[in-house]
Design a protein around this ligand. Structure first.
Ligand code: CA
Length: 512
C-alpha cells in the first residue's frame, strides 16, 4: 500500500512537471523583426527627437504611430552606415569592427565593392560576408540567433532582402543561417524592380542577379513588391499559428532602397503636397512599408496572437542623402535634418535609425528611452525574449540584452559604441563618408577622419547635428575617446586602410 502511494506521488510530480513545462512552452512569444532598408530617422510621422520636424509632417505612417502608441520608442538607436555590416551585426550580435564585414557585399563572390581612391588603399575586409561554416575565404564565421531559435523549436521565417553574403558562398542563402522558410532572400542588395508589371525584374532574355526571386504568382499583376512580400510572409505564418508553434519572422523589406519607384497606391498624396517626383516616389515607398506593418498587425489580431507577439521595428542604416542618377537627394544633405549627412556616413544621419518595440504586457504603452542601443543588441535580446537562457556561440557578443531597459526606461547605462568604415563607399567624399570611424560614450562622440588624420568631438545631447567641435575645450575627454577607440580597434584587429604614398597603415587615433 505504502509503495503504491509513493509511486502515485512520483507520477503526480512527473505529471505536474510535464504540465508546467508545456505551459512555459506555450507561453513562448512569437517575435517579428520588421526591418526597413535605408529608411532615415526622420522618414515617418513618429518623431524620434524632442519635437516633430517638417520631415515628420511630410510622411503618412499611421501603423508606425500605432506601434509607437502600443510600445516603446528608442530615440538613440543605431545601425552601421550601410546594409551588410548592419545585417551581419544583427544576426551575430557582433560589432562591424569585430566581424570585419565593413562594407556592403557584392552579389558576386570575391568581388570587392570598394571604390578606388588616389591616396588610399581600402582596408582588407571580409568582402564575401557572413558564413555558418569554416574555411570560406573572406567571410566571418559565426553562430546566428535564428539557428538557435530554430534549435529551440521556433518556426523561423525570412522574407525579403537578405544581403548577408555573396552568391556562391553559404551566407548568401538564408536556409544556411537558421531559417526554415526563405522567400525572396538572396545575395542581392536591392530589387531590380518593385513592380509586378515588370515581374520584379525577371525579364525573359535579360537575366540579372537583382531580379527578385520566388514571387511568380504575382508576375504581370499590379501588386507592388512590398505588398507581395507582406502577403507571402503572412501566408507562411498560418501553419505555425495553427499548430501552436512559436514563430520568428524576419520581414526584411527591399523598400525603401533604390530604385526609388512609385508605390502608386500612395503617390498622389505627396504630389498633391507639392513634392517633386523623386521625393513623392520615396514617400510612397515609405507609406507602402507602413501599410505592410499595418497589415501584419491586423493579421496578428485576426489570428488572436497579437497579445503574444513581439514586434521590433528598425531600419538598417540612415536615410540616403547622396545619390547618383535616379536616387534621392541630388547631392543635397537636407533629408535627415537635424542630423548631419546620411547613408554611408558615421555622422548621426548615416547611423541613427528609427527603432520601436511592441511587447504586450512588458513594454509600457507610448513609452520612450534615450539609452543608446545598436543592432548588435538584437541577438541577445531576442534570445532572452524567447526565454532561451543557455546557448553557445562561436563568437563573443558585443550586443547587450535591452530587456532591462524595456522594463525600466529610466536606467541609463554609459556604454561605448564604435563605428568603423575604413573603406571608400562612393567616388566623392561627403561629410563622414569614406575612411571614417566614430565612437560614442554617454553623450560624447568623436569622429575620426582617416584621410586627413583629424578628429572632432561633439556633445550629442546639446548638438545633435554635430556642428560644434568641442575638442579645444575638452582635451581630456578627447584623449579618453582616442584611447578607447584605438584600444578597441587594436584588440579586434579591425582592418585599416593604407596610404599609397608611404605604403603605411593609417595610424590609430592615439598615434596622431
Ligand atoms: Ca540599407
Amino acid at each position: 500500500m505504502k509503495q503504491r502511494n509513493v509511486v502515485f506521488c512520483l507520477f503526480l510530480i512527473f505529471f505536474i512537471n510535464v504540465l508546467s513545462a508545456q505551459k512555459s512552452v506555450l507561453k513562448r512569444p512569437n517575435i517579428i523583426v520588421f526591418l526597413v532598408d535605408d529608411m532615415g530617422w526622420q522618414d515617418c510621422a513618429v518623431p524620434f527627437w524632442v519635437k516633430k520636424t517638417s520631415q515628420n509632417n511630410r510622411f503618412h505612417t499611421p501603423a508606425m504611430e500605432q506601434l509607437a502608441a502600443d510600445g516603446m520608442k528608442f530615440t538613440n538607436a543605431y545601425a552601421n552606415p550601410v546594409c551588410t555590416p548592419s545585417r551581419v551585426s544583427m544576426l551575430t550580435g557582433v560589432s562591424a569592427a569585430v566581424h570585419h564585414v565593413v562594407n556592403w557585399t557584392s552579389p558576386f563572390k570575391n568581388n570587392n565593392t570598394d571604390n578606388l581612391d588616389d591616396q588610399m588603399v581600402s582596408a582588407n575586409w571580409n568582402m564575401n560576408g557572413l558564413s555558418n561554416v569554416p574555411n570560406i575565404p573572406f567571410t566571418y564565421q559565426a553562430t546566428t540567433f535564428p539557428s538557435i531559435l530554430k534549435a529551440a523549436g521556433y518556426f523561423t521565417v525570412h522574407v525579403g532582402k537578405a544581403h548577408w553574403g555573396s552568391s556562391g558562398t553559404p551566407g548568401s542563402n538564408p536556409y544556411n543561417l537558421g531559417f526554415v522558410v526563405n522567400i525572396s532572400g538572396q545575395a542581392a542588395g536591392h530589387p531590380q524592380s518593385y513592380l509586378g508589371e515588370e515581374n520584379y525584374g525577371n525579364i525573359p532574355m535579360k537575366p540579372t542577379i537583382q531580379a527578385v526571386t520566388d514571387l511568380q504568382e504575382y508576375y504581370g499583376s499590379t501588386t507592388f513588391l512590398t505588398d507581395a512580400l507582406t502577403k507571402e510572409a503572412l501566408k507562411s505564418l498560418d501553419a505555425p499559428i495553427e499548430q501552436g508553434q512559436p514563430f520568428f519572422l524576419h520581414l526584411s523589406h527591399y523598400a525603401v532602397h533604390t530604385p526609388i519607384q512609385a508605390d502608386i497606391r500612395f503617390r498622389n498624396r505627396y504630389l498633391d503636397m507639392g513634392l517633386d517626383t523623386i521625393e513623392a516616389n520615396y514617400a510612397s515607398l515609405i507609406e507602402g512599408m507602413d501599410k505592410s506593418l499595418g497589415d501584419v498587425m491586423h493579421y496578428l489580431k485576426k489570428k488572436q496572437v497579437d497579445e503574444n507577439t513581439i514586434i521590433i521595428f528598425l531600419s538598417d542604416n540612415g536615410g540616403l542623402s547622396l545619390g547618383g542618377k535616379g536616387a534621392r537627394g541630388n547631392n543635397s544633405h537636407v533629408q535627415n535634418l537635424p542630423l548631419k549627412a546620411g547613408k554611408g556616413s558615421v555622422y548621426e544621419g548615416g547611423i541613427r535609425i528609427p527603432f520601436i518595440v511592441k511587447w504586450p504586457g512588458v513594454c509600457k504603452k507610448a513609452s520612450a528611452t534615450d539609452a543608446p542601443i545598436i543592432v548588435d543588441d538584437l541577438f541577445p535580446t531576442i534570445l532572452a525574449m524567447a526565454g532561451i537562457k543557455k546557448y553557445s556561440t562561436l563568437q563573443t557578443l558585443n550586443g547587450k540584452n535591452i530587456i532591462p531597459l524595456i522594463q525600466q526606461p529610466s536606467i541609463f547605462k554609459e556604454r561605448t559604441l564604435i563605428w568603423h568604415y575604413p573603406i571608400k563607399w562612393i567616388d566623392k567624399d561627403g561629410p563622414g563618408i569614406n575612411f571614417h570611424s566614430a565612437i560614442r560614450k554617454g553623450d560624447w562622440k568623436m569622429v575620426y577622419n582617416m584621410r586627413n588624420g583629424k578628429t572632432a568631438l561633439y556633445h550629442l545631447k546639446e548638438d545633435i547635428g554635430e556642428l560644434n567641435d568641442l575638442s579645444a575645450g575638452y582635451p581630456q575627454r578627447l584623449k579618453e575617446l582616442k584611447t578607447s577607440m584605438s584600444d578597441s580597434l587594436r584588440k579586434w584587429k579591425s582592418p585599416m586602410p593604407v596610404f599609397k604614398a608611404t605604403n603605411k597603415l593609417v595610424p590609430m587615433p592615439d598615434e596622431l
